[in-house]
Design a protein around this ligand. Structure first.
Ligand SMILES: Cc1ncc(COP(=O)(O)O)c(C=O)c1O
Length: 366
């Protein structure tokens, strides 16, 4: 189906970022956004592109009280030929469907997600940054928008897509691969079996902030989460998935507990490693096994994977205040190769030998 949406152009264009090399993560938003409504009995309706301005929301709206909401995180990249492309959007749409099901939010069809992204890019393509390591972060989100204090699913929802020109999430990651320190969080948990860990919902992130703050005390960028039941097995790194290379095996936590966000980058890393003939296992890895490997020298690499983080190597693990360097503390061989191919495919500097990219059909001259 071909979608065309009405456009209301802004009368108050925003100030553009002065320095593309210092964008930070989502400090700027473009002039427009995509909006759409859902009403029970009517379905999704009235898609439109409107100025990205504050919206009115009733203080009694259910999302402000019971957090019935969901979101996604994607990026658009500028290819060397000036075309804008996104990465595996079908995977985001599938994850949205799983999150929606968990949160009793009406499913948003993949074609609306893509059409909405294209519609807002048509207006704001000239906001696309071109400096090394930059991209346009895309934040689609849906929230229950109804005056109600009953803790029941809403009957009216709002869907919005925001665009944010953005730099690298980890500052050390711009252009070349630096490493970060990570704190093993053994007090707070991110998600428990039967909860919402596998879904992309705000509550998972609000509940994690206390733990992230604690990591800063140890001069660490973020936390390595352990499982909720036993505080024994490693799960994720902050808002990224986690990979560990011990000897010749690359290990990542399995998804079957439902506590881990099934990252699109995670899936891409697994597929690339398999294609390259690297042994990759989705299996439980205990903190004890990890620390033993750090001590005996068989721990070769740790890296985080995610849309924001791309591939971010970890140079040191802090467990209860004790530092365990990861090999020589520098970015490892596999993380470096993954970054090269994955980021290269995303940005169009490496041929897309996996068929993962999706050009929007919109070009910009820089
Ligand atoms: C908790 C969590 N884990 C993992 C990821 C990585 O997922 P993706 O690779 O799809 O960005 C994210 C980021 O979205 C996340 O928030």
């Amino acid at each position: 189906m071909d979608y065309t949406f009405p456009v209301t152009r802004t009368k108050h264009p925003k100030a553009r970022p002065q320095d593309e090399n210092n964008l930070g993560f989502c400090n700027y938003f473009t002039d427009h956004m995509f909006m759409m409504d859902y009403d029970e009995g009517q379905g999704w309706h009235d898609g439109r592109v409107v100025p990205n301005e504050p919206i009115a929301i009733d203080p009694a709206s259910c999302v402000l009280h019971y957090a019935q909401m969901m979101f996604e995180g994607m990026k658009a990249y500028l290819r060397p030929d000036g075309e804008i492309q996104i990465f595996r959007p079908d995977m985001n749409a599938k994850r949205m469907a799983r999150t929606a099901e968990r949160m009793v939010i009406p499913e948003l069809p993949e074609e609306i997600l893509i059409a909405g992204i294209k519609a807002v890019f048509k207006e704001d393509a000239d906001w696309m940054p071109s400096a090394e390591g930059t991209s346009m972060y895309i934040r689609p989100f849906i929230f229950g928008n109804e005056i109600s204090f009953s803790a029941l699913p809403a009957k009216h929802y709002t869907f919005i897509i925001l665009l944010a020109p953005t730099g690298a999430y980890y500052a050390s990651n711009s252009g070349k691969l630096g490493t970060s320190r990570i704190y093993v969080q053994d007090t707070y948990i991110r998600a428990a079996k039967g909860g919402t860990g596998f879904a992309k919902v705000g509550g998972n992130y609000g509940g994690a902030m206390r733990a992230s703050l604690e990591a800063k005390k140890y001069n660490c960028k973020d936390v390595l989460w352990l499982d909720a039941a036993e505080h024994k097995y490693v799960e994720e790194i902050g808002t990224s998935n986690a990979f560990f290379r011990i000897g010749d095996e690359v290990i990542t936590a399995p998804l079957d507990s439902g506590t881990i966000l099934p990252g699109i980058t995670r899936d891409s890393v697994i597929q690339l490693l398999k294609k390259w003939g690297v042994k990759v296992s989705e299996r439980k890895l205990s903190l004890d096994e990890l620390v033993a490997a750090a001590k005996d020298g068989s721990l070769k690499e740790i890296f985080a994977s995610g849309t924001a983080a791309v591939i971010s190597p970890i140079g040191c693990l802090n467990v209860k205040g004790t530092d365990y360097p990861v090999a020589d503390g520098e970015a490892g061989e596999i993380a470096t190769r993954l970054y090269h191919d994955l980021y290269g495919i995303q940005t169009g500097t490496v041929e897309d030998y996996m068929g993962w990219t999706y050009p929007l059909g919109i070009s910009v001259k820089k």
